[in-house]
Design a protein around this ligand. Structure first.
Ligand SMILES: Cc1cc2nc3c(=O)[nH]c(=O)nc-3n(C[C@H](O)[C@H](O)[C@H](O)COP(=O)(O)OP(=O)(O)OC[C@H]3O[C@@H](n4cnc5c(N)ncnc54)[C@H](O)[C@@H]3O)c2cc1C
Length: 399
């Protein structure tokens, strides 16, 4: 039998305080207006302004650069709450978080000092760009290139696809090939820090076509970036001269924490779906009793709740391992796979529980059902997660 030790706590007092603050923010400022922004596919500017005031763009940025200096675990808790409110709100923060991670881990002192303080306040927001029209999962197959001109500057050419926050961001971390003949290809890939005017759809060397129309995940824009001789100064290779040829490794590292981030978004979606299902199933009556009392529905609720808890535990474990400085690639992959599938399944179960009303735009679950599938795709599809998980399991358990 287990020996009793300390009382079980999921969160420290600081984590409780901050997640409670973000939950109230979601309840008061996000949930009441999310449908309106979603239906109009409108960027939630006033909400983003409030997030700046709350310091939510600097959660993981060290205090010396003006951020809160919190760990990945606390960040994941915050993302869960934002995503519970509306996945698009966490989307505004998500790419920014990956950009700040790239700078904190790989940036030169000059790059950190230049960008992190403005990123901590949200004055500039970041996006990241790997995907292209013909390439998503197979990142080493990208075709965009950068060549160094005689004046030392680099010129980027090529087309990027699906860049979340592509228009409104002031910084984009762009992965391109600087050596197209490198073997293996990843050794010839470099990440450039591209500065641009937020909101401008045309700047010299870069055109941003109108945002891509999506089934869900509305409000926050996803765009193409068409580079045609876009100039980047020599000192804007991520990590300086030593960063040349390191872009793939840098981006894959960032995607590992990105997976914990997506997992946390999945937990938020699964949580909100559960809340809506619990409420509706106790209000709606059929055959003389609330539908929650029909065993088929009770069982559905039981499955949803169990899935939610498992998703949260996997996510917290991956985040805590990363914070402890341990390898967490396997755990981050498992968390991302399970939590994104849990989000999609809980959204579908909640929609079923709502019957016909789940299909109505008057009900929140209709939006969540359209939003959830994004999580199966971004930061590596479920199939890619399974490839990562399987490979890591075999590596860690060699026969
Ligand atoms: C709304 C949205 C926002 C996004 N934001 C960003 C962003 O900010 N920055 C960015 O760089 N990208 C972004 N992406 C792109 C996203 O990362 C890619 O869509 C994703 O990596 C999948 O790539 P793909 O769409 O090209 O699909 P493909 O790679 O063409 O895959 C198609 C299908 O084949 C499967 N598949 C592929 N290879 C294998 C394999 N070896 N074995 C088994 N199955 C396989 C996939 O799982 C998928 O089911 C975004 C995408 C969306 C939809």
């Amino acid at each position: 039998m287990a020996v009793a030790t300390d009382t079980f706590t999921e969160k420290t007092d600081e984590q409780k305080a901050i997640t409670e603050m973000v939950r109230q923010f979601a309840d008061n400022e996000i949930i009441p207006v999310a449908e309106e922004y979603d239906h109009e596919d409108k960027f939630p500017e006033p909400i983003v302004e409030q997030m700046k005031e709350l310091g939510l763009f600097g959660v993981t940025i060290p205090e010396e650069y003006g951020g809160m200096g919190l760990d990945l675990t606390t960040y994941a808790m915050i993302v869960e709450e934002l995503s519970r409110g509306w996945i698009s709100i966490s989307g505004v923060v998500n790419t920014h978080f990956i950009g700040s991670y790239l700078l904190m881990k790989f940036g030169t002192e000059e790059q950190k000092n230049t960008f992190l303080p403005k990123m901590a306040t949200g004055e500039i927001r970041a996006a990241f760009s790997l995907s292209e029209p013909e390439v998503g999962s197979d990142v080493q197959g990208i075709k965009s290139t950068a060549k160094q001109a005689d004046d030392g500057q680099w010129e980027i050419n090529g087309q990027k696809m699906w860049v979340t926050n592509g228009l409104r961001s002031g910084l984009v971390f762009v992965l391109v090939k600087t050596d197209t003949k490198a073997d293996p290809p990843y050794k010839g890939m470099t990440c450039f820090i591209c500065e641009k005017e937020p909101g401008a759809d045309k700047v010299p060397g870069l055109t941003i076509p109108p945002k891509i129309k999506k089934m869900g995940y509305k409000g926050v824009e996803s765009t193409e970036l068409v580079f045609d001789g876009f100039k980047v100064p020599e000192d804007r290779i991520l990590g300086g001269p030593e960063g040349l040829g390191e872009g793939f490794v840098q981006m894959m590292d960032a995607l590992e924490v990105g997976r914990v981030n997506v997992a946390a978004r999945g937990v938020g979606v699964a949580q909100r779906s559960m809340e809506l299902a619990l409420r509706y199933s106790q209000e709606r009556k059929t055959f003389g009793k609330p539908i929650a009392q029909h065993q088929a529905i009770t069982f559905k609720l039981a499955e949803m709740g169990t899935r939610l808890e498992a998703a949260r535990l996997l996510t917290m474990k991956a985040a805590r391992m990363k914070d402890a400085g341990e390898r967490s690639d396997l755990e981050a992959g498992m968390a991302k796979l399970f939590a994104s599938e849990a989000a999609k399944e809980n959204a579908e179960d909640a929609l079923r529980i709502h019957g016909g009303y789940g299909y109505s735009k008057e009900y929140e679950i209709e939006r969540i059902y359209r939003d959830a599938p994004l999580l199966l795709i971004g930061e590596g599809t479920s199939e890619i997660q399974k490839m990562v998980i399987g490979k890591k399991l075999l590596q860690r358990n060699r026969a």
